[in-house]
Design a protein around this ligand. Structure first.
Ligand code: AMP
Length: 290
């Protein structure tokens, strides 16, 4: 497995390795890899000749009061996981390498970014759009792998790929969870033991909501009240957002609507803070109504 620190090195390596017309799968990450990232790498390994992992904590997607400086990093462990999962190349540039000067080009995907993390983290998806575009240009992947843990991100990238004619397929991968249901996240290491215990409230509430959404007597407003109550039972939980939207359009649903009248694929998306740590989770629901 080769580690490239510069764009030039990466391009040179890829030019050499792709001479036979080999397919390439890209797995973009911010490092501090866990089993969620490993699952993306495994899928990429199974579906492509060449697998590239990128590790880059992208300052553009962090707000001024967010955790860019303290975002967890462990490159040695990341490289061991990447090698174990059969990655061929790791692209791990510095911030200066990625952005020799402050980019003056912005990338805004409208509409899909108006709610959820787009609303609570202004500019976040613009930064994601810029870095992912750069990674797409640098690696020209056939397929790029994204986790549904960040379902809004996956929808935004898919829209960007469609709108800007990136010649690649966005592969959306299932959320990997701890045995008790907590979605794996690099940020879980920030949690105290008590917060870690309470954090299971996110996945439990999402599972319970599936039942509430099938109770024809309830309106969407009723369901959302139950969702909020369930989360707030965890003492340290502070809700950033809890929303039920259409997916992938992320369009609103009339809160007065009965659950039985909803159609298509819906997403229940949660962002909950435990102390300074903000966790996100979501679940998609799609069912045929009788
Ligand atoms: P990150 O390093 O957190 O930016 O994540 C890199 C990629 O891994 C993104 O596409 C995430 O959606 C994905 N990912 C993170 N956590 C999980 C998880 N628990 N299950 C599946 N994919 C994940």
């Amino acid at each position: 497995m080769k580690v490239c620190r510069t764009k030039q090195e990466l391009k040179r390596e890829l030019k050499e390795r792709r001479k036979g017309g080999y397919s390439l799968g890209l797995v973009p990450t911010m490092g501090f890899l866990h089993e969620g990232h490993a699952s993306l790498l495994r899928r990429a390994r199974a579906e492509n000749d060449i697998v590239v992992l990128s590790i880059f904590v992208n300052p553009l997607q962090f707000g001024p009061n967010e955790d860019f400086d303290r975002y967890p990093r462990n490159e040695a462990k990341d490289l061991a996981i990447a090698a174990e999962q059969g990655a061929d190349l790791v692209f791990a540039p510095t911030v200066e390498e990625m952005y020799p000067s402050k980019p003056l080009t912005n990338l805004k995907v409208e509409h899909i970014t108006e709610r959820l993390c787009g609303a609570s983290r202004p500019g976040h998806f613009d930064g994601v759009g810029v870095v992912v575009s750069k990674l797409f240009h640098l690696t020209a992947p056939d397929k790029a792998y994204f986790g549904m843990k960040d379902a809004q991100q996956a929808a935004v990238i898919e829209q960007m790929v469609l709108d800007l004619d990136f010649d690649l397929e966005v592969v959306k991968c299932d959320i990997v969870r701890e045995p008790d249901g907590l979605a794996l996240s690099s940020r879980n290491v920030y949690l105290t033991a008590e917060q870690r215990q309470q954090a299971v409230v996110l996945s439990r509430t999402l599972a319970a909501a599936e039942g509430w959404l099938q109770d024809a007597d309830l309106t969407i407003e009723d369901v959302m009240a139950k969702v909020r109550d369930a989360i707030e039972e965890a003492e340290q939980a502070v809700i950033d957002y809890a929303e039920l939207l259409h997916y992938p359009s992320l369009e609103e649903i009339d809160p007065g609507m009965r659950t039985a009248a909803t159609e298509g694929q819906l997403i229940m998306a949660l962002a909950v803070k435990f102390g300074a740590t903000r966790l996100i989770d979501n679940q998609l629901y799609a069912w045929e109504r009788g």
